[in-house]
Design a protein around this ligand. Structure first.
Ligand code: SAM
Length: 285
């Protein structure tokens, strides 16, 4: 392993061997066991890494491809990493492919410390929208929901029960960077129900047997907690009973239900409709 001075007051380590211990540690982040052990996760792409740093996430390691040497934006991120006490690795294509498990990897990968919001630290004010996901299983669904929460300006997500890992590579990819903008809390069902007892706003559950059309509800008063059910089983009785309303999105056709992330998107745009003040898009053709 060679070392050279970066434009930053630190060192860039040049790594070409898959046997390098730093590379092995990063590769291991593909598995939840090692993410938990290291309390870390990986995010791919220069823009994502810059956004993460801007939002105050702690970077541990910056990995970039040889092709990034001399690239002003990469050098700047490298300098920020060193200034934050992180390590910078310049790696061969082979190493980057192994780390990302992709044939055409992004030029830059960042390893960050995981961050969860404590349930007790959630303060919901008027106009705030939080989403609770019951036992979400699919990383693509979770990532898409986090991205949508970001897009509509909702406040964050609470993962209830045994869920897929928000810091898995698949989930982080699906968030398209929103993992850094959206606070994530997690709780057992019991802890969540205890916390819900102190939630002063409207708790809106969604259910295929919901008696209320989601378009008929006034979401403009106070904070809203939107509760979404597990992909296979929907909301269990204990969570459904804790909702003020059980809402249904009417469907036509033969599909039993909507995909979880799609249903969450429809609900969030309805709940935030007033707040978004969307201007009609004028057709200029
Ligand atoms: N078989 C499951 C069931 O019986 O609930 C289907 C779950 S669905 C794939 C996942 C979640 O998306 C549901 O628990 C609910 O929160 C939401 N959802 C999907 N379609 C919906 C609809 N038409 N109305 C209300 N919520 C819906």
């Amino acid at each position: 392993m060679n070392e050279r001075h970066a434009g930053a007051p630190g060192l860039v380590k040049e790594v070409t061997s898959l046997a390098n211990p730093l590379v092995k540690d990063i590769k291991a982040l593909a598995q939840k066991k090692f993410r938990d052990q290291q309390n870390a996760f990986m995010a791919e792409g220069l823009k994502l890494v810059i956004d993460a740093l801007d939002l105050g996430w702690q970077i541990r390691t910056l990995v970039f491809a040889k092709a990034g040497r001399g690239n002003a934006a990469v050098e700047k991120v490298a300098a920020r990493t060193v200034a934050a006490g992180g390590t910078v690795l310049e790696v061969s294509e082979k190493v980057l492919v192994a780390i990302t498990r992709r044939d055409n990897p992004q030029m830059v990968v960042g390893v960050f410390s995981q961050k969860f919001l404590a349930l007790m630290d959630i303060r919901a004010d008027n106009g705030d929208v939080w989403v609770a996901l019951d036992r979400v299983r699919d990383p693509g669904n979770l990532g898409t929901v986090i991205r949508t929460i970001d897009a509509v300006g909702a406040k964050g997500v609470i993962l209830v029960g045994d869920t897929t890992d928000p810091f898995s590579v698949e989930t982080v990819r699906a968030t398209m960077g929103s993992i850094f903008a959206v606070p994530v809390a997690k709780a057992t069902t019991e802890a969540f129900l205890a916390w819900r007892g102190g939630f002063s706003g409207l708790v809106a559950g969604t259910h295929l047997k919901g008696a209320v059309d989601y378009r008929s509800v006034d979401f403009s008063r106070g904070p809203v907690l939107l509760m979404m059910g597990n992909e296979q089983q929907g909301l269990p009785e204990s969570l459904a009973a804790s909702c003020d309303r059980l809402l249904r999105i009417p469907q036509a056709g033969r599909a039993d239900s909507l995909n979880l992330a799609v249903a969450t998107g429809i609900m969030l745009f309805e709940i935030r409709r007033g707040a978004l003040k969307l201007e009609p898009i004028v057709d200029q053709q």
